[in-house]
Design a protein around this ligand. Structure first.
Ligand code: ATP
Ligand code: MN
Length: 451
């Protein structure tokens, strides 16, 4: 925009107002960018007295005036008001966002108003850009976007923590032989919200070669951490004719693409995160986008952790599931960069991961990043019918429940691989925001369901 004297209308919400001798300055913002537009009002102009009392932080206005070069610092142009219309007032003693800095905890209580702050406006714009980048990355590479179901009759991971979906009357649940009679429920069987679209995704990969899903997933985890939500978005690509190395290559390319995209498309918002939320976040992303991730096996990771002689809350030995403290130590202290860990013990991974020849480890690959730990979990999938069936049984699951999944290994089985990436964890990493509840508009977690 140039300050060429054009008369234009500008709409927005008043962020701040400052009165000095004969002149009032407004900062208004319409959410399109983190930068405010400065409005200069000559207090002598006709109509000023009529609006002045209601021209407060939070009110919505349409200002018409000349766009001129700004003599002040911090902006190239400003508007010299010729008329001001207040569309909606925001009484000073009631509107919760006054000029002082508010804590993120407080802002969570007014999640319907928080997008009007700098931080949450920036998060919303970056989240939008990243969503678009996710589709761009896969579409440019010929991946087909598949919509996997949200209500499911199967448990992808073979582990609990699912939300049940039912129309049975909870105050009088029908029973047969002391157990809930799901035959009378809506679907005639037990139903849940999906924890992952992977299994259905695999069926489409085994027909269309490269697919991805990007949608909401649900986990009834009772963990009150800054990295877990009950409802979060997951990106799950699945590639046929692809082994674990191809899987790692795509995951790494994907992350770098997203980082580079955000740095290019959201420079003002990223400057804000860098200066106000997490110092160095831009340099960090730039560096990661331009380097190769470290790739090590689980066995090597355990060796390194043991050799470090660091004291951990959870002691390290071969076979343990890596805890957040171990993941952080690997990425922040030992390698100081993202690390891909492969070949985990089969006991700590899901039944569908391809068994290695050693019979002890599976072709899993997790990507760990500094500050957050795991953001990607993936694997090459077991493509052999008998081995898969054995693993299902070994994991205490019923092969009959997986008949259609097993069919993929009966007809035209191919090596295939994929991964799951939590979208909110990725946004946390990109923005430096500390709490996952602040990178999704309306967080759902234990005892959190206002709005
Ligand atoms: P964690 O150990 O951190 O709980 P996980 O092993 O349960 O993760 P996966 O089942 O592999 O995770 O899910 C794939 C990805 O989904 C994870 O890498 C993470 O980015 C994300 N994710 C998992 N659980 C949650 C959650 N409750 N809230 C937000 N994102 C999640
Ligand atoms: Mn988990």
């Amino acid at each position: 925009m140039q300050g060429d004297g054009r008369v234009i209308p500008a709409e927005g919400w008043v962020r701040t107002r400052r009165d000095s001798k004969g002149v009032t300055f407004l900062e208004i913002n319409d959410g399109s960018t983190i930068k405010n537009l400065q409005v200069v009002i000559d207090q002598g102009f006709g109509g000023f007295d009529a609006v002045t009392a209601n021209l407060t932080t939070g009110s919505s206005v349409v200002v018409t005036g000349k766009l001129i070069a700004s003599p002040g610092q911090g902006q190239a142009v400003e508007i010299a008001a010729e008329s001001i219309e207040i569309l909606g007032t925001a009484p000073v003693d009631e509107f919760p966002l006054q000029k002082k800095k508010h804590s993120f905890e407080f802002l969570r209580e007014i999640a319907h108003i928080r997008p009007r702050t700098n931080s949450f406006g920036a998060v919303a714009r970056v989240r939008n850009a990243m969503s678009f980048a996710i589709h761009s990355f896969f579409q440019e590479r010929g991946f087909i976007y598949v919509h996997t179901p949200i209500i499911t009759g199967s448990d992808a991971e073979g582990a609990g923590e699912m939300f049940q979906v039912t129309t049975l009357p909870l105050e009088k649940v029908p029973l047969v032989e002391g157990r809930v009679d799901f035959g009378q429920d809506f679907f005639g069987k037990k139903a849940s919200l999906t924890v992952s679209g992977q299994l259905e995704g695999e069926t489409y990969a085994c027909a269309l070669k490269n697919i991805y899903t990007f949608g909401p997933t649900f986990r009834a985890e009772n963990s009150n951490t800054s990295r877990h939500l009950a409802e979060f978005w997951m990106i799950e690509p699945e590639m046929a004719f692809c082994d674990i190395t191809g899987n790692m290559d795509i995951a790494e390319d994907f992350l770098k693409y997203i980082f580079a995209y955000v740095l290019e498309k959201c420079p003002d918002d990223m400057d804000f995160f860098d200066s106000r939320i997490s110092k160095g976040v831009i340099d960090n992303l730039r560096q990661i986008a331009g380097s190769s991730f470290k790739r090590i096996s689980y066995t090597e990771a355990v060796d390194q952790l043991q050799k470090s002689k660091a004291s951990f809350e959870f002691p390290v030995s071969w076979g343990i599931d890596l805890q957040s403290e171990h993941e952080k130590f690997l990425t922040e202290q030992i390698y100081r960069q993202p690390v891909i860990i492969t070949d985990y013990p089969k006991q700590i991974k899901a039944f569908y991961m391809k068994l290695n020849d050693d019979n002890d480890t599976v072709r899993a690959m997790d990507i760990l990043v500094p500050r957050l730990g795991e953001i990607v979990g993936g694997s090459e999938r077991e493509a052999d019918y008998d081995r898969l069936k054995n693993r299902i049984v070994e994991c205490g699951l019923n092969p009959d429940d997986y008949w259609w999944y097993l069919d993929l290994r009966r007809y035209g089985s191919v090596p295939h691989s994929g991964f799951g990436l939590g979208f909110e964890r990725l946004i946390q990493f990109v923005t430096g925001m500390q709490n996952i509840r602040d990178v999704i508009p309306y967080p759902r977690a234990v005892n959190t369901l206002e709005f």
